[in-house]
Design a protein around this ligand. Structure first.
Ligand SMILES: Cc1cc2nc3c(=O)[nH]c(=O)nc-3n(C[C@H](O)[C@H](O)[C@H](O)COP(=O)(O)O)c2cc1C
Length: 361
């Protein structure tokens, strides 16, 4: 049916890379030549979907019930390719409790990527959501190795069934899974938008390096969106910028287990930037601004609250970074975050070299 399959992927902890690699294996077994390319290493436009013999796929993790920004930007900036066949696949976070698999929910992740590809002229043949081990290790401990193994073993044949359909040229839209996921995606869109607006300004700004960090730069070198820079001349330490997608690669692959998400810092941050302190501070401040004099002017108050929240979040991270350079304070934050106790996760067969071949030759 096709001569070539090119699968673009982005992946924090390897699940989406694994899914992309499995798809390529299936394509290869059918005689196609294949390429599996990280989004951040994608070459100029002329390489993408050169003709209608080439099937183009985008594989992404789900973040906040939608695809991460870097994937949306990539899909939005695709060259026009009228009629070039394509598919979108999202991995979603599955858990296992006893014998029961609890599925993830990709919601709008695949559909929005498919829509963007369609708008660039691609002939999108289908979308698919694949349960892989949940990887949000800033929030929860990594799954037990036996559960990881079971979830991955269950995912492989599911991916193969999807690949068989698409590679045979058949559409893959009207499955019960896709219909339910689409409807839930519409319902959860406000949460996705909130996540997109807040994720990088809050969730991504609680990462820090604990005392085990030796400044090796592996996290900075391998960040898929170049969000981590090393700061400090004598003892360089990672600093997370606003580009961070919270993909968990730095946490999942740090050989020293030195990357933490500061839970106590997050609580403090909420208190300082959003909750009581902010409320009283703004009430006081609003009294001095004409038109925002009282809480009877909700628009003015809300606007002020928004500006205050973003500005204080912005400044807070610089303060946090300065504080954690003091060894005693670093220890305080290290021992008051649950991530210090959490198991880390990355897809067991995936190495940094697979995710970032150019920087790990
Ligand atoms: C910040 C973040 C948000 C997530 N949001 C969702 C979600 O909304 N729905 C879901 O099913 N899984 C969610 N997950 C889990 C991942 O999508 C899932 O584990 C995925 O397979 C990770 O792929 P990767 O290893 O290629 O990054 C989230 C993970 C992270 C880190």
């Amino acid at each position: 049916m096709y001569k070539q399959a090119t699968v673009y992927f982005t992946s924090g902890t390897g699940n989406s890379f694994r899914a992309a690699a499995w798809f390529a294996e299936e394509a290869k077994a059918r005689g196609l030549s294949t390429r599996v390319i990280p989004l951040d290493a994608a070459r100029p436009a002329e390489e993408i979907g050169r003709d209608q013999n080439e099937l183009v796929g985008i594989v992404t993790p789900t973040h906040g019930f939608i695809a991460p920004w870097n994937v949306l930007k990539f899909a939005f900036a695709l060259p026009r390719r009228p009629g070039v066949p394509a598919f979108a696949l999202a991995t979603q976070g599955c858990m296992k409790v006893g014998p029961v698999f609890i599925p993830g929910l990709s919601a709008s992740a695949t559909f929005i990527v498919a829509l963007l590809m369609f708008l660039r002229g691609f002939s999108v043949r289908g979308v698919f959501s694949l349960d892989m081990p949940v990887n949000w290790i800033a929030l929860h401990s990594g799954l037990k190795p036996s559960n990881v193994e079971a979830i991955i073993a269950r995912a492989r044949p599911r991916l193969a069934a999807f690949a068989a359909r698409v590679l045979a040229g058949n559409p893959y839209w009207w499955t019960a899974g896709n219909v339910i996921t689409f409807l839930l995606g519409l319902l959860l869109l406000p949460i996705s938008l909130l996540y997109m607006a807040m994720g990088r300004f809050f969730l991504a700004k609680i990462f820090f390096a604990n005392p085990k960090c030796n400044g090796c730069e592996i996290c900075a070198r391998n960040c898929p969106v170049g969000a981590i820079i090393m700061r400090g001349k004598k003892n360089p330490r990672p600093f997370w910028t606003y580009k961070c997608e919270s993909c968990m690669r730095c946490m999942g692959f740090c050989p020293e287990k030195a990357v933490e998400a500061g839970h106590s810092w997050a609580a403090l941050l909420i208190y300082l930037t959003m909750l009581p302190f902010a409320f009283y501070f703004l009430k006081w401040l609003g009294g001095y601004i004409p038109g925002v004099r009282s809480l009877d002017n909700p628009l003015g108050q809300n606007l002020l609250q928004l500006i205050y929240t973003y500005l204080s979040l912005f400044l807070s991270y610089y303060l946090f970074f300065a504080l954690i350079r003091v060894p005693l304070i670093n220890k305080l934050f290290t021992y008051t975050t649950l991530t210090h106790l959490y198991r880390r996760y990355h897809e067991p067969g995936t190495r940094l070299k697979d995710l970032n071949p150019e920087k790990n030759k």
